[in-house]
Design a binder for this molecule. Structure first.
Ligand SMILES: *[C@@H]1O[C@H](CO)[C@@H](O)[C@H](O)[C@H]1NC(C)=O
Ligand SMILES: *[C@@H]1O[C@H](CO)[C@@H](O)[C@H](O)[C@H]1NC(C)=O
Ligand SMILES: *[C@@H]1O[C@H](CO)[C@@H](O)[C@H](O)[C@H]1NC(C)=O
Ligand SMILES: *[C@@H]1O[C@H](CO)[C@@H](O)[C@H](O)[C@H]1NC(C)=O
Ligand SMILES: *[C@@H]1O[C@H](CO)[C@@H](O)[C@H](O)[C@H]1NC(C)=O
Ligand SMILES: *[C@@H]1O[C@H](CO)[C@@H](O)[C@H](O)[C@H]1NC(C)=O
Ligand SMILES: *[C@@H]1O[C@H](CO)[C@@H](O)[C@H](O)[C@H]1NC(C)=O
Ligand SMILES: *[C@@H]1O[C@H](CO)[C@@H](O)[C@H](O)[C@H]1NC(C)=O
Length: 498
């Protein structure tokens, strides 16, 4: 009634009314234009908004007194003394690039350099035994890297940053002033990643810094990071490789905390391999750093097939733990390693949509469907004004001379590979990138696959356990401190640059 009366308008009211409408409209369209321009596309997000010169690496030299040997690896200008890329390699790269673009849809063999790389086989969860390795794969990389590593990386999709800098292309530089925390300073490293605690004696693996070509990755500043997440929820969702990265983040952040008792798990849970839900509170910053296990991001279910109830994967339904991911301010997803032949029962009566269990579905098709399920969930349920969404793509494994369960090993590698040859970019990454591009929500890709592919030295190998009874090596997870710290530096870079 009230409202109706106010609509019986006098001329002056009408004038005011239409003016209001007009100006609202004007504001709205301006705002929309601004938003459209502001909301960055995938490519813009990957770009580098800062200068080569504004590097955080400037601080290196005043942090540690450097032994003479490593000084030259710490100079800012890496190109000045860098090793030239041999033309033969360039040619090989060019050729590979050509052949890559021609064979996009083929199943991808993931092999990097002298190592045997498998993006699908995770140690804990079997894949079928590997074929005999070629002699090339047995070759062991030794010395000569320190201070002057410069290795080419394939770049299939051309990516131009503000300064033409691509964070995924570069090389590892030995840097004494790294590592960002130690085993003694961080109680959150679980046994599986605690290489030093499990007896690994060589320490170089924790002292390599990723050096993109043409720019620097800012050094992780824990207090700054904590400021960035003050009052917020930083959430990691995914498989044990994401737990790896989450533990790295906890350790890196702890470096800025004076009183460690002011950091605790909110339910008093101890980090173990089995449990999968953790929320660590940093009291001083009123923020939480959380991890939720979800191997596939979609729902692991069961269905009656014939006489028996068997495990299935509902590729059309998001993981039931998703309610916990929702209110996050920053969320980092991953899934890759569990999409393997053996873990998915070869796709035979495993993938389910609605009440239909597919008699057979190949892993690529199922992975794509599942990621689409994830993507629609994100687009529907995540408020992208509040939540920043990241996806970390697949981390390479480095089993040589077999698979995880057939004598595959990496324990002899104490230095990064100095080059990765004929890298086939994993199909799962390609699917992921296609899906992210179609989403309404801006998703930032943490593109760590290629940079991690050099780091054959970064795995726990035989140092994934205190006892060394088993012959099985872990060449899929990563020692901490180690490679996942760099992934977190990438995350930090994206957070602090916007
Ligand atoms: C960025 O680079 C340009 C040219 O290379 C230089 O003039 C400018 O001062 C730099 N800006 C910063 C913030 O370093
Ligand atoms: C970096 O190296 C380039 C090429 O060698 C050289 O021209 C430039 O002056 C160097 N810059 C610094 C700051 O040393
Ligand atoms: C990688 O894993 C797949 C599936 O689990 C397996 O079929 C393949 O033989 C493995 N390849 C290598 C190079 O280890
Ligand atoms: C790096 O690669 C080059 C070219 O293949 C090779 O000659 C050299 O021995 C390698 N260096 C190391 C340290 O492996
Ligand atoms: C991720 O990095 C690799 C290696 O540089 C590159 O080939 C690929 O195109 C990148 N992906 C995206 C989406 O930028
Ligand atoms: C880290 O950032 C803080 C400001 O948040 C600054 O005071 C401090 O000097 C930085 N530390 C380093 C090592 O750059
Ligand atoms: C984590 O929490 C979810 C949701 O409450 C629950 O379904 C799941 O069983 C929990 N997982 C573990 C490993 O505790
Ligand atoms: C999976 O199935 C799809 C559709 O049937 C097909 O296009 C694709 O080539 C298959 N991929 C593999 C690796 O078999």
């Amino acid at each position: 009634m009230e409202r109706q009366r106010s609509f019986s308008l006098k001329p002056t009211r009408l004038l005011v009314f239409s003016f209001t409408i007009f100006s609202s409209f004007l504001f709205l369209s301006t705002f929309t234009t601004w938003l459209t321009n502001y909301t960055p596309s995938l490519h813009q997000q990957i770009d580098l908004p800062f200068n080569t010169s504004t590097s955080a690496s400037v601080g290196h030299s005043d942090i540690v007194a450097l032994p003479p040997l490593t000084v030259h690896s710490l100079t800012k200008n890496f190109t000045a003394h860098g090793v030239k890329v041999p033309t033969s390699i360039s040619n090989r790269l060019a050729r590979t690039q050509k052949s890559l673009s021609g064979s996009k849809s083929e199943p991808v063999r993931h092999r990097v350099g002298t190592s045997n790389v498998n993006f699908t086989a995770l140690q804990e969860y079997g894949t079928s035994p590997e074929r005999a390795p070629s002699s090339e794969q047995k070759k062991i990389v030794a010395g000569g890297l320190v201070g002057k590593t410069q290795v080419p990386i394939l770049n299939k999709i051309e990516q131009k940053g503000v300064e033409g800098c691509d964070l995924t292309k570069g090389y590892w530089v030995f840097d004494e002033s790294y590592h960002l925390y130690s085993k003694d300073s961080c109680p959150f490293i679980d046994e599986g990643f605690d290489c030093e605690g499990n007896g690994r004696l060589d320490r170089k693996y924790s002292k390599w810094r990723w050096q993109p070509r043409g720019c620097d990755l800012p050094r992780f500043n824990a207090s700054k990071m904590l400021e960035l997440i003050r009052g917020k929820r930083l959430v990691f969702v995914g498989d044990s490789i994401n737990r790896n990265q989450w533990e790295s983040m906890l350790c890196m952040l702890l470096g800025a905390i004076k009183d460690p008792t002011r950091v605790y798990e909110t339910h008093g849970r101890k980090i173990t391999k089995e449990k999968g839900n953790y929320s660590f509170k940093f009291l001083d910053y009123q923020c939480t750093v959380e991890y939720y296990v979800s191997h596939f991001l979609v729902h692991e279910s069961k269905a009656r097939i014939g006489q028996r109830r068997r495990p299935t994967l509902r590729i059309d339904a998001i993981d039931h733990g998703s309610s916990r991911w929702r209110g996050a301010d920053i969320v980092i997803f991953n899934t890759a390693h569990w999409w393997s032949h053996s873990k998915t029962q070869a796709g035979i009566y495993y993938y389910q949509e609605g009440s239909v269990v597919h008699p057979q579905l190949n892993v690529s098709t199922a992975f794509r469907k599942a990621l689409n399920t994830w993507a629609s969930w994100v687009d529907k349920r995540i408020n992208h004004r509040k939540t920043r969404v990241f996806f970390r793509n697949s981390a390479p494994t480095h089993f040589r001379g077999g698979d995880w369960n057939s004598g595959g090993h990496c324990t002899e590698a104490i230095l990064p590979l100095n080059e990765t040859l004929s890298t086939a970019y994993p199909e799962k990454n390609i699917i992921l990138e296609e899906i992210i591009k179609q989403m309404r929500t801006p998703v930032i890709l943490l593109n760590i696959t290629s940079l991690s592919a050099y780091r054959i030295d970064g795995h726990p190998s035989i140092y994934g356990r205190k006892t060394r009874s088993s012959k099985i090596q872990d060449c899929s997870h990563w020692c901490l401190p180690g490679v996942p710290d760099t992934w977190n530096e990438l995350l930090y870079f994206h957070l602090q640059s916007t």
